[in-house]
Design a protein around this ligand. Structure first.
Ligand code: SAM
Ligand code: DTB
Ligand code: SF4
Length: 345
């Protein structure tokens, strides 16, 4: 037993913050802001160079997303149609039965997806809920798909249970810069997010973490989000960049839409600062059109959500995506292993 009284033990996040202060940052904020400020063509050229040094430039990962538990969430995330407190028309549902999830996973695999992401509108999973998710992970993995889950905050031991079930990735977004976080979400804080990411890492699950842009943040705040991600040791293996999908009834509905060149810049900066990560062109593709998506691929995005629905909002049809990728000469992986995706920074 420890000889120290419990209250003298610094929290995991306090220790991580001290380590972060002591260690030189891989990417000081000013350097990230300077990348954002480059002329557009210079920024894209640099991003494409970094991309080609680390990936096959034509390779794209297709991940299918499924909402395994929709709506009724107690949190107050200002962007989210699934928060119970906003009147968005999303109908709350219980966790889906295993067979429904498995038939969707089989269909996803048949249409070319290599990764299956299961999302739940929870603040955190109860241990009983986790048993269902563990079963889903085991069975989806047995189909030969990579598995990813996003279930909210994880408590002690929960990440390990998911790892033991065969979970490859856990998605848990930082969503925005630390300065803006409290304006968007009040029911939890940044430290809670970092603590869960620490547990995921500690259990040996690959980290999928990114955020949403277009929430009224400044360019410096976008750089602040990238700085948080890029300075993690190691940085996430997978970085979703979502453009806010504005849903009527949420507090962020009506926010001035982001200039989409700024979205492309954010992808490019993520690629340069996290060279081996899968940078995921995530929510908001339906509103982008083919040309902006092609620029995102040029900027280094190499993963998309594939299938006509995200969690509760729309996504381009699979057929439209196949046509776009064919037009651009891009191809998908048909194996689940990709050694170069492993982050060893
Ligand atoms: N409840 C869990 C959580 O918050 O971590 C998991 C599900 S939550 C819906 C997963 C992510 O979806 C959020 O972190 C956020 O980045 C993204 N998201 C939610 N609503 C969005 C919207 N309207 N536009 C873009 N991204 C959104
Ligand atoms: C992520 O970063 N984006 C996805 C996935 N991770 C779970 C979710 C996007 C949700 C968009 C709003 C909706 O469809 O409800
Ligand atoms: Fe709940 Fe996640 Fe939506 Fe926030 S983002 S309201 S935690 S489902």
């Amino acid at each position: 037993m420890s000889s120290h009284p419990v209250e003298f033990h610094p929290s995991r996040s306090a220790v991580l913050a001290q380590v972060a202060q002591a260690a030189p940052q891989a990417w000081p904020l000013a350097d990230i802001v300077a990348l954002f400020n480059l002329p557009f063509n210079d920024l894209l050229f640099r991003a494409q160079q970094v991309h080609r040094e680390n990936f096959d430039a034509q390779d794209i990962e297709l991940a299918t997303l499924m909402s395994i538990k929709t709506g009724g969430c107690p949190e107050d995330c200002g962007y989210c149609p699934q928060a119970a407190r906003y009147d968005t028309g999303v109908v709350a549902q219980k966790i889906l039965p295993l067979d429904e999830v498995l038939s969707a996973a089989r269909m996803a695999k048949e249409s070319g997806a290599t990764r299956f992401c299961m999302g739940a509108a929870w603040r955190e999973p109860k241990d009983r809920d986790l048993e269902h998710v563990e079963e889903m992970v085991r069975e989806v993995k047995a189909l030969g798909l990579e598995t990813c889950a996003t279930l909210g905050m994880l408590g002690e031991g929960q990440a390990q249970r998911l790892k033991d079930a065969g979970l490859d990735y856990y998605n848990h977004n930082l969503d925005t810069s630390p300065e803006l976080y409290g304006d968007i979400i009040t029911t939890r804080d940044y430290e809670n997010r970092l603590d869960t990411l620490g547990r995921v890492r500690g259990a040996g699950i690959k980290v999928c973490s990114g955020g949403i842009i277009g929430m009224g943040e400044s360019r410096e705040q976008r750089a602040g989000l990238v700085a948080q991600l890029a300075n993690m040791l190691p940085y996430p293996e997978s970085v979703p960049v979502n453009n806010l999908v504005q849903v009527k009834g949420t507090p962020l509905y009506g926010t001035d839409p982001l200039d989409l060149f700024e979205f492309v810049r954010t992808i490019a900066v993520a690629r340069i600062t996290m060279p081996k990560a899968r940078v995921r062109l995530s929510a908001g593709r339906r509103e982008m059109g083919d040309a902006i998506q092609a620029l995102c691929f040029l900027a280094g995005a190499n993963s998309i959500f594939y299938g006509d629905k995200l969690l509760t909002t729309g996504n381009p049809d699979a057929e439209a995506d196949r046509a776009l990728l064919a037009k651009l000469g891009m191809h998908t992986r048909h194996t689940v292993s990709d050694a170069r995706c492993d982050v060893t920074n």
